[in-house]
Design a protein around this ligand. Structure first.
Ligand SMILES: *Cc1c(COP(=O)(O)O)cnc(C)c1O
Length: 385
């Protein structure tokens, strides 16, 4: 149940805060495909303008997402990267230092490495599995910490609780990208995060037909993100917002199936001779299994597979797949598979990837909501080749 509302998350995902509507209201919300809105003559209230992020479609999904995360407020942006960029700019100033997890999405890594420096923001990295490294890496000018969990593509889980204690002690901001969990499986604000970031392109929308992102947190932090989104032009299109609203209505039931399929496929793959190692937090063999069991409400649909035959085996395996599509991105209703060395982590060298647990021969499977038996049968025929 979502503590502040008295409603469960499935109900909130469908309705937002359920309210009895006036008679003759549409059951499905209209799309406000309008850039601008009439305003009262002489009014000094904020004008309504879609670039400002205050179109009703944009506001509806923001309220719903805030409730799901247990946040005071939230805002949607044009992409997950837009959300990540503006969340960082909202808390960091020239001269500040950002301490970031080294195990993050490649696009985020490029943002931190190539862009924040222009604003006079220093960034250094720590191994997120070594809790004490956060403390020893703090500098006088450290202003914020950034963590991605579950971690792409090894599905390692970061323990936020000790980091949150450190952040409290030093008055810092903790930003967490929890895209791989969705608020159904994990809510970082319950573990001391100040800002949660999600790529709505993934589980929130869930149908691989929209690009969007969201940030949730306190009213004051979200107010700052909104101020930035207006001047940096990062608002989400009303039609994309409407599609995300539709997608979110089934978020809770989709996550149930993603969680069940992820576990079934990981357990099956662990027994297969052509698979050297399976990365899934629901398996007892996963290094973070105990933490995952404690903090997650579901282990998700993302499974990492290392094939015994390395890159050569991977290419044959991918070419033989019939049901599972070979495509980057994740978290849609259909199963997708990709090689991180050629997609999310292409900018890094083989050695750099190996150091963060991604050897060549690693494939990342996003289990869709098809029948688990059919996904398994496709994997089996492709592995047996
Ligand atoms: C996809 C992804 C992003 C970027 O989101 P876009 O919507 O593609 O901009 C950021 N973080 C994680 C963990 C992701 O998987």
């Amino acid at each position: 149940m979502s503590p502040r509302t008295g409603f469960g998350r499935s109900t909130i995902a469908v309705h937002g805060l359920p309210r009895r509507p006036p008679d003759w209201s549409p059951v499905a919300p209209p799309i406000y495909q309008s850039s601008t809105f009439t305003n009262p003559v002489g009014s000094d209230e904020d004008v309504r303008y879609t670039r400002y992020g205050n179109n009703p479609n944009q506001l509806d999904i923001a309220r719903k997402y805030a409730l799901l995360e247990g946040a005071e407020d939230a805002v949607f942006l044009a992409s997950g990267m837009g959300a990540t960029a503006l969340a960082h700019l909202a808390v960091l100033r020239p001269g500040d230092h950002l301490l970031a997890s080294a195990w993050i999405y490649g696009g985020t890594r490029a943002l931190l490495d190539d862009e924040l420096g222009r604003f006079g923001i220093e960034v250094t990295y720590v191994d997120p599995t070594q809790a004490r490294h956060w403390r020893t890496s703090l500098r006088k000018n450290t202003r914020a910490l950034f963590i991605e969990t579950p971690i792409n593509p090894t599905i390692r889980i970061a323990d936020l609780d000790p980091v949150a204690a450190l952040v409290d002690e030093h008055g810092l901001a903790l930003l967490v990208d929890a895209t791989f969990a969705s608020p159904i499986n994990f809510r970082p604000l319950e573990h001391g995060a100040d800002i949660v970031i999600t790529s709505a392109t993934k589980y929130l929308n869930g149908h691989s037909d929209v690009i969007g992102g969201a940030v949730a947190g306190s009213e004051s932090l979200i107010g700052e993100v909104v101020r930035l989104l207006r001047v940096w032009g990062q608002s989400i299109d009303p039609h994309a917002a409407w599609l995300i609203d539709r997608g979110m209505r089934t978020l809770a039931v989709r996550m149930e199936r993603h969680n069940a399929n992820g576990l079934a496929i990981a357990q099956w793959a662990e027994e297969h001779a052509a698979v050297a190692r399976v990365h899934y937090p629901g398996l007892a063999s996963h290094p973070d299994h105990e933490l995952a069991a404690r903090v997650l409400d579901g282990y998700g649909g993302m499974v990492g597979l290392e094939l015994t035959g390395g890159v050569a085996a991977v290419e044959g395996f991918l070419a033989r797949l019939q049901l599972i599509r070979h495509a980057p991105s994740l978290a849609g209703v259909e199963s997708l598979i990709s090689e991180p060395r050629l997609t999310s982590h292409a900018k890094q060298t083989t050695e750099e990837r190996a150091a963060i647990g991604i050897p060549d021969g690693f494939v990342r499977l996003s289990c869709g909501i098809e029948d688990a038996d059919d996904i398994i049968a496709d994997l089996d025929q492709a592995l047996n080749g």
